[in-house]
Design a protein around this ligand. Structure first.
Ligand code: NAI
Ligand code: MG
Length: 363
């Protein structure tokens, strides 16, 4: 049996393109890995009514970690003719399985490094080096939503202010959920000798849930005297990130704010083609690009696979294959610096696979 077993989940759209390029790089490293392909995505929803079939969950449980591409996840009602006959006339509404996957496997850390590689023509500013820690299982993504709101909920104090025809989504933050993501951010900062951790919140308005997040941050930060604690409201932070991105280092946020600032930080360092992501739990992790399935580029092998190749480097580090991880990240840096091979987003004409090949050749 191979040393590592990795679930290989391309998913939809450009998920396949970027994973194909990533495989070229991984195959060059000589790490003893068995890749086990798994079914996930839109296609399986249409055929089976479940975009994350139970067999894929079992596959993930039987592997060390997973590499994942992307999924088409906009909730929408589907035309009946797109569904398999047994699902027709059942009024199905598609929902993303990614949030479910993160909750099911308790992948509570979403770590997203955003580094301005020297020589990247898309850098907003040289020297940007941010790492987002997004809480990955709670907050408005907990999935507690009502429309219509059940009558008995209106008996709860405060609900008299809510209109009878309202739709409501409940924001859920737990002390444990807040603590473990904040501790993960500080532990990372300590380990990597980073200077500062910024807590992203809106506690001045969302007093209870974000208040708990900020309070927990203040408690945890006192155990890390060598790291500067900092806090900012999400709205204000967005403008400061654009104005003074070099002032920021590690950022920790509840799920929704973390989702939002991830795309902003990715854009500061080259766009979605550079945003890598690790969904990390206690003993399992799923690595993926931050971007989605970009349907208009699906199967064209035009998009930039660097985000996914960086995610593969994060995966190797997580597995303990530190040398291999460094070979990949150095190769990415070198290809960007050289500037000979560039995909369309970098105003080049290289294909997704050309980029994978160029990075593999430098490993
Ligand atoms: P998207 O991230 O798929 O693409 C937006 C745009 O960003 C693309 O049109 C393209 O211009 C650019 N882009 C994305 N990836 C790129 C790459 N690797 N290289 C160069 N340019 C790149 O976001 P969009 O269009 O809002 O969503 C498409 C679908 O993906 C939706 O169904 C959405 O719900 C889903 N989605 C899935 C995610 C996931 O699987 N983790 C995350 C985000 C969105
Ligand atoms: Mg997002």
């Amino acid at each position: 049996m191979a040393k590592y077993r990795i679930a290989w989940l391309p998913g939809d759209g450009i998920g396949r393109d970027v994973l194909d390029a990533t495989k070229i790089v991984l195959d060059r490293l000589g790490v003893d890995v068995e890749y086990l392909p798994g079914d996930i995505g839109w296609e399986f929803w249409c055929r089976e009514g479940d975009p994350l079939p139970q067999r894929t969950i079992e596959l993930m449980k039987a592997t060390d970690c997973a590499m994942f591409g992307a999924i088409t996840s906009k909730p929408r009602t589907v035309a009946e003719e797109e569904l398999s006959p047994q699902l027709q006339n059942k009024g199905h509404v598609y929902r993303s399985p990614i949030v479910r996957m993160r909750q099911l496997l308790d992948l509570y850390i979403c770590r997203r490094p955003c580094f301005a590689y020297p020589g990247n023509p898309l850098n907003y500013r040289e020297g940007i080096d941010l790492v987002v820690f997004r809480e990955n299982t709670e907050d408005l993504y907990a999935g507690v939503e009502y429309y219509p709101v059940p009558e008995e909920m209106f008996r709860v104090k405060g609900m008299e202010r809510v209109a009878r025809d309202a739709a409501i989504s409940i924001k859920v933050n737990t002390p444990r959920g807040c603590r473990r993501i904040i501790e993960a951010a500080f532990e990372f900062a300590k380990d990597k000798k980073r200077r500062k951790v910024t807590c992203v919140h809106k506690a001045n308005v969302v007093r209870v849930t974000d208040g708990l997040f900020l309070e927990t941050f203040n408690e945890v930060s006192s155990s890390y005297p060598s790291i500067q604690p900092d806090e900012a409201n999400i709205d204000s932070l967005c403008q400061w990130l654009l104005k003074r991105p070099l002032d920021y280092d590690v950022l920790v946020a509840p799920n929704l704010y973390g989702d939002i600032i991830s795309d902003l930080c990715a854009q500061l360092t080259g766009g979605l083609g550079f945003g890598a992501s690790g969904n990390i739990g206690v003993d399992y992790a799923v690595f993926e690009p931050t971007h989605g399935s970009a349907p208009k580029y699906a199967g064209m092998y035009r998009v930039n696979p660097i985000a996914t190749i960086l995610a593969a480097s994060m995966m190797l580090e997580w597995l303990g294959e530190v040398q291999a991880a460094m070979r990949v990240s150095k190769a990415i840096a070198s290809v960007i610096q050289e500037g000979k091979v560039r995909t369309y987003d970098m105003s080049g004409s290289a294909s997704t696979l050309d980029m994978g090949q160029a990075i593999a050749d430098k490993c």
